[in-house]
Design a binder for this molecule. Structure first.
Ligand code: GLC
Length: 551
């Protein structure tokens, strides 16, 4: 089969590296990651044959949700630097041939955004309140929330406010933390403001946007009760095998529902598309929207946006059939409209892939093997910082946890901090070159055992995850068969193998079993994630190993 890619736009085959700015690298010696740190780390990205860097939010924010609670979307938080730093970052990235993608968070703002502050001091029904979802409560005195919607971070999705005169008043909607009020996208002011934000960053020469919670902007403003409010809110959690009946059912329940994936959302994205096109045809947007496969293509139709994250590898079970299904699913979801598929093994919301696949040597072997599968696929691949080092989730002490998920679930869920710990760059003890400042305690503590997981240590080790990523991503860029849009599954007798051909002459064979297995195809080894022996009798593949063969 061939995957569609619209055309030969840069994003259709890009390797994109996600930077989580607080934890990438400290450039000014204050112990926190910042934009100067990103500039200092661009060489690392270049050595990985990365095409674009996606920056998670660096905007002014109280950091209640690590920057996804934005109080001013058109500025840089002083903790990360200045707009001049940002402009330098774009310049230096472009000089190295790297594009820059920034996050846009349109579903909600921070409670400290001037609009929300104004809304709190304005009366019910005022224009300031109409930028949000302020609704009267139920019950005799409005003491009950307007409906049964649940926050995705746990607990109710409504919080009651004290009116300016000190009495209890209306409730406002927040699908996430109570410090992240949802915007009302029926309001033109909200729409215009988002267009201004896009234009602001485009004027600073960014190449694209990652759209946070892209499926959530439109709501049913009759605010009906949901039949399954907890299932709905949990449907955004990445904890289900995508092929499982429960996952399919949950995603189906989202389609055009009261809070997610409503048809009218696409009017918004059509407007965005026109704006992007007014800046030329090389600007893109990738949406975060975990929706049923038959709904995904709406987000990436020729008149809406460009890419939708393929999240199946974030949850896929480690067996050949699940992996084949995930690939097919990822391609089918978008090919009908000619959009390129995308692949991500991890991100700042998910457990680290090594941990998810079993931790220890086995988890690492499987993560290496899954990476070689993903890097061989048509479309673009997203790499989350630290994934290229094979980092595990860190056991963050409860007293150090920051994620609102931890607080809102009253500790029932540990949350996402374990995958957000500052990166190890060099040296043999914390802070491992993340910052020059020795006396600092990092916002999330690094473990003591990262000495051999630093960029420096792995760079010197030919068998490291880092060198595997360097080899596979370089080949992905240079080998014409891997650049092609063609992929063909080979049916094999062994149900523990995933085998597909790419382009004219590359075959990818993944052995998902715990034993050595013979490859059904012969060829010379281009790159392998684990032990492989090529002899006269053919190619033997070690346990939990993927190999790319040149036929
Ligand atoms: C997205 C982000 C996540 C954030 C949430 C609320 O899912 O990826 O980190 O917590 O939106 O903005």
């Amino acid at each position: 089969m061939r995957v569609g890619t619209h055309d030969d736009s840069w994003w259709s085959r890009a390797a994109v590296y996600q930077v989580y700015p607080r934890s990438f690298r400290d450039g000014n010696g204050d112990g926190l990651g910042d934009l100067q740190g990103v500039i200092d780390g661009l060489g690392h990205l270049e050595s990985l044959s990365i095409d674009a860097v996606w920056l998670s939010p660096f905007y002014p924010s109280p950091q209640n949700d690590s920057g996804y609670d934005v109080s001013d979307p058109r500025a840089v938080d002083p903790m990360f630097g200045t707009l001049d730093d940002f402009a330098r970052l774009v310049d230096q990235a472009h000089e190295r041939g790297l594009r820059v993608i920034v996050d846009i968070v349109p579903n909600h703002v921070s409670a400290s955004h001037s609009w929300f502050v104004e809304a709190l001091s304005s009366p019910a029904g005022s224009p300031a309140r109409r930028r949000f979802h302020f609704v009267d409560g139920k019950g005799e005195a409005g003491e009950l929330p307007p409906n049964n919607w649940e926050s995705i971070f746990g607990g109710p999705a409504w919080t009651r406010v004290k009116e300016p005169d000190g009495s209890w008043g209306q409730w406002y909607l927040h699908l996430f933390d109570h410090t992240q009020p949802d915007l009302n996208w029926v309001n033109d002011e909200v729409r215009i403001d988002a267009l201004n934000t896009l234009a602001f960053w485009l004027d600073l020469r960014v190449d694209g946007f990652r759209v946070d919670v892209a499926l959530g902007l439109a709501k049913d403003m009759t605010y009906p009760d949901l039949i399954d409010p907890i299932g709905m809110s949990q449907s955004l959690r990445f904890d289900l095998d995508p092929g499982s009946a429960e996952a399919v059912e949950r995603r189906a329940a989202l389609a055009n529902s009261a809070i997610f994936d409503r048809d009218e959302i696409h009017d918004i994205y059509r407007q965005w598309r026109s704006l992007l096109e007014s800046y030329g045809n090389d600007k893109m947007a990738v949406v975060e929207a975990w929706v049923a496969p038959e709904r995904a293509s709406r987000y990436v139709a020729p008149d809406t946006l460009h890419q939708i994250f393929g999240f199946d590898f974030l949850v896929v079970a480690w067996d050949a059939k699940s992996i084949r299904d995930a690939i097919q699913h990822g391609i089918d979801a978008v090919s009908a409209v000619g959009a390129p598929p995308t692949w991500a093994l991890s991100n700042h919301d998910s457990p680290r892939v090594v941990t998810r696949l079993g931790d220890g040597p086995e988890g690492l072997a499987r993560a290496r093997a899954l990476a070689l599968i993903a890097h061989a696929l048509p479309g673009s691949v997203y790499v989350y910082q630290g994934e290229e080092l094979g980092l595990c989730d860190v056991e963050v002490p409860d007293s150090a946890r920051q994620d609102p998920v931890w607080f809102r679930s009253a500790g029932r869920e540990k949350g996402r901090d374990g995958g957000r710990v500052p990166l190890p760059w060099s040296g043999s003890q914390p802070p491992y070159g993340f910052t020059d400042r020795a006396d600092v305690s990092l916002w999330l503590p690094q473990p003591e055992h990262w000495e051999s997981w630093t960029v420096e240590a792995e760079g010197d080790d030919p068998d490291s995850m880092l060198n595997l990523y360097r080899s596979s991503l370089a080949l992905r860029r240079s080998h014409s068969s891997l650049a092609s849009e063609e992929i063909e599954f080979w049916s094999v007798d062994d149900d523990e193998l995933v085998v597909f051909r790419r382009g004219a002459d590359v075959v990818v064979v993944a052995n998902t079993s715990d034993q050595w297995l013979p490859s059904p195809v012969a060829g010379s080894i281009l790159v392998a994630s684990g032990p492989v022996v090529a002899g006269d009798a053919g190619v033997e593949i070690g346990p939990n190993t993927t190999v790319w063969l040149q036929m």
